[in-house]
Design a protein around this ligand. Structure first.
Ligand SMILES: *Cc1c(COP(=O)(O)O)cnc(C)c1O
Ligand code: SF4
Length: 344
């Protein structure tokens, strides 16, 4: 834009987007373009414009490249394509499925469990997963990174019982590395916080995010570092993703995976076993297998508890114990994620 009195700006180089930021911005956002790319133009008839307007399609091109061409049941495609199934109103599927609003500890702070506080670092994600429980969360209004993290750091400072802080979102790695460093510089003044955990899907959906700057930041942190990634199907982990995960480990992070049990994506033993094995090849241990949060628009992804338990039993019979994730459900008001086996 040309203005009469231009204000001095930073030199262009300081603002130049990094490679991952360019790839991020280049994500596919039009369902019809996505369907062209995977060779399924006829599926456009089933796309819901209502759902796409409420929670837009967003998927990095590298993730699209891992989809099977011409397969309408592709497990990666199903996670991102806004279909007319989402328009069905199903009783029990609600806007705030996990009671986040009630557990709000301050702007962008969700403190539900003893010793751990979760910061909604940002509302942005590189990919929009159709089953996401936060698809209706009012992110724009409240994130911990707003205001230079001051309120989040003050909250953590005021509670010496907090020994772990989780950066979540949205996806915390959608913040630029200097913004993350701003937070950890403040955190270094709080010795009671011994562990920093990142909940992020970016190493899976945009592995280019794991760049030298991020790795240097991670390697220098005084806290113990845990990175919990999110992959639901073995096809999500290609060679580039495996490389990024290896680099996170070499930077000193323990890397774990959480998955969501999803109808039509990973609701069979072969997919779940394949996921655990592929993760382990990449140096990652499975952590949780979540039962779906009952969020409006996601009912078609639900696998009933009885079936989930049967799948989990079959998985346990097939894999060594360390490759079997804990099957859990988040229950509003509960002191932890609850084993589905205890719910009955
Ligand atoms: C899931 C969650 C955690 C982490 O729980 P873990 O069992 O430690 O993985 C922490 N805080 C909130 C608000 C959560 O939803
Ligand atoms: S990356 Fe995580 S927070 Fe973002 S849309 Fe997917 S499931 Fe939700």
């Amino acid at each position: 834009m040309i203005t009469a009195n231009p204000v001095p700006t930073q030199p262009a180089a300081a603002d130049a987007p990094t490679r991952w930021q360019r790839l991020w911005r280049d994500a596919v956002r039009d369902p019809r373009e996505l369907l062209e790319l995977v060779g399924l133009p006829a599926l456009a008839a089933r796309v819901s414009d209502t759902a796409a307007a409420q929670f837009p399609l967003r998927v990095p091109r590298g993730f699209v490249a891992r989809m099977r061409h011409g397969d309408p049941h592709d497990p990666l495609l199903r996670q991102v394509l806004p279909l007319d199934d989402e328009d069905r109103v199903v009783p029990g599927f609600v806007l705030d499925a996990v009671g986040d609003r009630a557990a709000r500890g301050g702007p962008g702070i969700v403190h539900k469990y003893e010793g751990r506080a979760l910061l909604v670092a940002t509302g942005s994600c590189a990919i929009h997963c159709r089953y996401c429980f936060r698809r209706h969360f009012p992110y724009g209004e409240e994130t911990a990174a707003a205001g230079q993290w001051r309120e989040a750091l003050a909250y953590l400072a005021a509670d010496p019982g907090l020994d772990e802080v989780l950066l979540s979102g949205g996806d915390p790695l959608s913040l630029a590395t200097p913004k993350l460093a701003e937070f950890t510089e403040g955190l270094a003044g709080l010795p009671h916080v011994r562990r920093l955990r990142l909940h992020t899907r970016l190493p899976v959906v945009l592995p280019e995010r794991v760049d030298d700057g991020l790795l240097a930041w991670l390697a220098d942190l005084p806290q113990q570092r845990v990175v919990v990634i999110h992959a639901n199907h073995p096809h999500e982990i290609d060679a580039g993703v495996a490389r990024a995960l290896g680099e996170l480990r070499r930077a000193g992070a323990t890397v774990l995976n959480q998955a969501v049990l999803l109808r039509g994506v990973n609701d069979d033993v072969a997919a779940l076993a394949g996921l655990s094995e592929r993760l382990f090849e990449a140096g990652v241990l499975p952590y949780y297998l979540h039962q779906l949060d009952r969020v409006a628009g996601a009912a078609h992804f639900e696998v009933p508890d009885a079936e989930a338990l049967a799948l989990h039993a079959a998985l346990s019979a097939r894999l060594p114990g360390y490759l079997v994730p804990r099957l859990v459900r988040e229950v509003a008001g509960a002191p932890a994620k609850l084993p589905v086996a205890s719910l009955g």
